[in-house]
Design a protein around this ligand. Structure first.
Ligand SMILES: NC(=O)C1=CN([C@@H]2O[C@H](COP(=O)(O)OP(=O)(O)OC[C@H]3O[C@@H](n4cnc5c(N)ncnc54)[C@H](OP(=O)(O)O)[C@@H]3O)[C@@H](O)[C@H]2O)C=CC1
Ligand SMILES: N[C@@H](CC(=O)OP(=O)(O)O)C(=O)O
Length: 351
């Protein structure tokens, strides 16, 4: 089996730790280098990281010395990035320019013309943009990003419906877990027994990123989908798992709601034949019992990589309504990047 030496940029942060947790027994990717800020560089990972995962810090990782995020200090085949967005632009470009592919969670390059914004089951064809990137004149280094943690369950749940009917417009409210704000995140006195009805910058990303994700690749460019999305993003006192309440108008009218449900039930992963280690067998599961999915009980379905869809019903104002649940730091962040990297390997982009 292929074995790649992998670096994690932003290794000490919440997303960086999730990468390390998810990669601890990965059959293809071995973490051999860790990068963080000057505050952490030179320390062992055990000293530098405030470990917040529930599994123990892996021993081999604990003893690695954290380096600065520079390509000459990290001798690896590619890097995952969980960098703070305040520093990701220059650091990620420096790795790509040095011939080291960057698979990123940070928002900085999501709207870049030649950078794929990827959910592996939704728009795998967008990988073709990579060959138009100019970061590395030798063509080895490139950047691939994954979307915001609300946009991922949204586009995954919409995918079976898009394929069957097309989507005209969407209204949604997101109920976002506190782990989305990193560590230590939202002060406990703000969030305990409370809901915060505004998350700065979030609604703009939810209105924009799905349009690129659901866009069509034409003449080496992504033509964004023309779907107005009105979002309200709220922070709720839940640890992991973003729950969305979605209402949508469809381009073609369905026969009845049972027909729509059947399209979701029967929708298969386009990655099924590739045998990717992190790919869920069923990327979207429709819960028939209207009490589910719930963040506490279903966020970890299929190792946190499955999106749960529930309460799929006729809407009294638009065509349909449903809920969608995604684990925000796995499917919505590190797990999405790892699956993107597995797809890149399967399609030969790392050779
Ligand atoms: N939390 C989530 O659910 C999600 C987060 N994201 C995105 O992922 C990224 C990371 O988020 P999160 O893990 O929550 O953030 P954290 O604040 O927990 O971690 C940030 C990381 O960036 C490093 N860093 C900060 N400044 C520098 C610098 N000057 N040079 C090098 N490294 C630096 C930090 O290192 P040090 O410890 O040394 O300071 C740390 O490792 C962000 O861009 C975020 O928007 C995306 C989706 C979901
Ligand atoms: N804003 C998200 C987490 C995040 O960092 O998103 P983005 O990757 O789009 O910056 C949340 O609070 O749950």
């Amino acid at each position: 089996m292929a074995e790649y030496r992998v670096g994690v940029l932003g290794a000490t942060g919440a997303v960086g730790q999730k990468f390390i947790h998810l990669l601890r027994n990965h059959p293809w990717f071995k973490v051999t280098a860790l990068g963080a800020s000057e505050r952490s560089a030179g320390k062992t990972y055990r000293e530098a990281a405030n470990w917040v995962e529930s599994t123990e810090m892996p021993d081999d990782i604990a003893n690695l010395v954290v380096s600065a995020c520079t390509p000459d200090e990290m001798d690896v085949d590619f890097v995952f990035s969980g960098l703070d967005s305040g520093v990701a632009t220059d650091i990620e470009a420096s790795f790509a320019s040095a011939g080291i592919p960057v698979i990123s969670n940070a928002r900085n390059y999501r709207q870049h013309e030649t950078v794929p914004l990827m959910v592996a089951e939704v728009n795998p064809d967008h990988l073709a943009l990579i060959k138009h990137q100019t970061f590395d004149p030798n063509g080895k280094g490139f950047i691939v990003t994954n979307p915001n943690c609300v946009c991922i369950p949204l586009v995954m749940a919409l995918k079976p419906i898009t394929d069957a009917y097309g989507i005209k417009e969407v209204i949604l409210t997101s109920m976002q877990a506190v782990s989305g704000a990193g560590y230590p995140g939202v002060p406990s006195l703000d969030i305990l027994g409370n809901i915060l009805p505004y998350i700065s910058g979030e609604e703009d990303k939810i209105g924009l990123e799905p349009l690129k994700l659901m866009g069509k690749l034409e003449d080496n460019k992504v033509i964004p989908a023309d779907i107005p999305i009105h979002a309200t993003a709220a922070r709720v006192p839940v640890i992991d798992g973003h729950l969305l309440s979605v209402t949508a108008n469809l381009k073609e009218k369905p026969g009845d709601i049972e027909e729509v449900r059947d399209h979701v039930r029967k929708w298969d992963s386009p990655l099924a034949d590739l045998d990717l280690p992190s790919a869920p067998a069923k990327p979207v599961r429709l819960y028939e019992d209207f009490r589910y999915p719930q963040p506490r009980h279903q966020s970890l379905a299929e190792n946190g990589m499955q999106v749960g869809m529930g309460r799929l019903r006729n809407a009294s104002v638009m065509d349909i309504a449903f809920t969608a649940l995604g684990h925000n730091t796995i499917r919505g962040a590190a797990g999405c990047s790892i699956l993107n990297a597995e797809l890149l390997h399967a399609k030969g982009y790392f050779s």
